[in-house]
Write a protein that binds this ligand. Structure first.
Ligand code: SF4
Length: 440
């Protein structure tokens, strides 16, 4: 049997996308995907450093891999992604079973490292930030998991330095791919039969600002709107500071741009936003949100919230509850603040006790769940176009698809249905997180 790889991904969609490119490089070397870790000739962990517990999970997994390597001493073990960038050679000193450590800018090097350097059984560490490599991302073959939608990274890194976030330190300064390179990738995907693409960036609204020639996210949207065969364009994540009214216009003018916007507000209090270094006020956020809904009345808006940030008083927490009621998000991902070593917020005084954080989180979730359910109930009895994604995990007789607004509708499978079909579905019953219905 030929050589086999096993990759495990931690963290965000950017990492999911990077893993597809990592697997693509291994496929070019003749590797195929192993059914289990124990069958693999090479194991790669594509890691995340956003939270401390994400790192702990990786150390636990390396412990498991150690036992696999004891049975198969030829096994190659690689650490890639943000933890590789952050910890560099320290990872190998701490866990010598690791053969190589490659930062996020070194996916291009994987084939060379596996073929040449590791043949000599040397440890390899490559973590220099090399922004130029981002520009020719379309050269990297990707082994895509989904046959219906494709991730398309449009940039790397971030310049915003939110005080709780490690990303600018491990992914470096923002580097955008060119519009031409991204359009070329989208055209290739359309030729392969993909109907939906999701543009990925830590802050898509600052796309192109590093070119300093006036190119921005609105230009990219307008260029992708012209790619035949692509029927839906999604993007994540947006930033209220960099989203302009012109970008909202570009989205509203394109029927291909999905009517879903994930716009993280993070908090309902201006002093908290200032401490987080978010660079906008609640007044600006609400003005932007009103414009988004004016131009795209059918849009679903979701958000992220952090509770228990250092210095958060009870009044500040109440301001976030008020914001939720006023903004009426379709859903909100609520996170308890946890200090991330190496960030300014971890050194701030007035850290909030865990029991207070937990109580505040529950209060936010209670308010938002009611709103999310009411929003979904308003869809009952209506018909929506969905892109069919396949069977649900629990029951092969029930399939699901997503509306343009990113709502999941579960329905009984019908004859002749295929993954990737665009179909019409009637919503019969709404729940907080999903909708149930049937194809019509
Ligand atoms: S915008 Fe803020 S939260 Fe998002 S990646 Fe950049 S620094 Fe982190």
């Amino acid at each position: 049997m030929g050589k086999q790889y096993f990759t495990i991904t931690y963290g965000c969609q950017m990492n999911e996308s990077d893993t597809e490119r990592i697997n693509g490089q291994l496929a070019e070397l003749g590797y195929t995907e192993a059914p289990a870790m124990e069958d693999a000739d090479i194991i790669i962990l594509n890691t995340c450093s956003i939270r401390q517990n994400a790192e702990e999970k990786v150390y636990g997994k390396i412990g498991e891999i150690k036992r696999v390597k004891e049975k198969n001493p030829d096994l190659l073990v690689g650490i890639m992604g943000c933890m590789a960038q952050e910890n560099k050679g320290k990872l190998i000193s701490r866990m010598p079973i690791i053969d190589f450590v490659l930062g996020p800018y070194h996916i291009h090097d994987l084939k060379e490292v596996v073929e040449e350097e590791l043949a000599a059984r040397q440890h390899v560490v490559r973590t220099q930030m090399n922004p130029e490599r981002v520009k020719d991302y379309s050269e990297l073959r990707a082994e895509r998991k989904s046959r219906t939608f494709a991730w398309v990274p449009i940039m790397q890194g971030c310049n915003k330095f939110c005080t709780y976030c490690i990303v600018p330190y491990v992914r470096g300064r923002q580097t955008s791919r060119t519009v031409e390179d991204i359009v070329r990738e989208a055209e290739g995907l359309a030729e392969e039969g993909y109907k939906e693409i999701t543009l990925l960036g830590q802050n898509v609204n600052s796309y192109g600002l590093d070119f300093r020639d006036g190119t921005d996210f609105a230009d990219l949207i307008r260029a992708l709107d012209r790619v035949d065969g692509i029927e839906r364009i999604r993007y994540m994540t947006s930033h209220p500071r960099d989203m302009t009214f012109d970008m909202v216009d570009a989205m509203a003018d394109s029927p291909k741009v999905a009517r879903h916007m994930h716009l993280p507000v993070q908090h309902g209090d201006n002093e908290m936003l200032r401490r987080m270094n978010r660079g906008y006020t609640i007044e600006h956020f609400m003005e932007l949100l009103a414009y988004v809904r004016k131009r795209m009345p059918d849009i679903a808006v979701t958000t992220d919230l952090i509770t228990g940030f250092p210095g958060e008083t009870e009044e500040m927490h109440q301001a976030t509850l008020r914001l939720l009621r006023e903004a009426q998000f379709d859903s909100a991902y609520t996170f308890i603040y946890s200090p991330r070593q190496g960030t300014p917020a971890a050194r701030m005084e007035d850290q909030i006790p865990d029991d207070v954080k937990k109580r505040r989180l529950q209060e936010l979730m209670d308010v938002e769940n009611e709103i999310s359910l009411a929003k979904n109930q308003a869809m009952e009895g209506r018909v929506f176009s969905i892109l069919v994604e396949g069977p649900t995990k629990q029951d092969a007789g029930h399939w699901y698809g997503r509306t343009s607004t990113n709502k999941m509708i579960i329905f009984p499978k019908t004859d002749g249905l295929a993954i990737g079909d665009m179909r019409e579905a009637l919503v019969e019953q709404a729940q907080t997180w999903v909708l149930k219905g049937k194809l019509v």
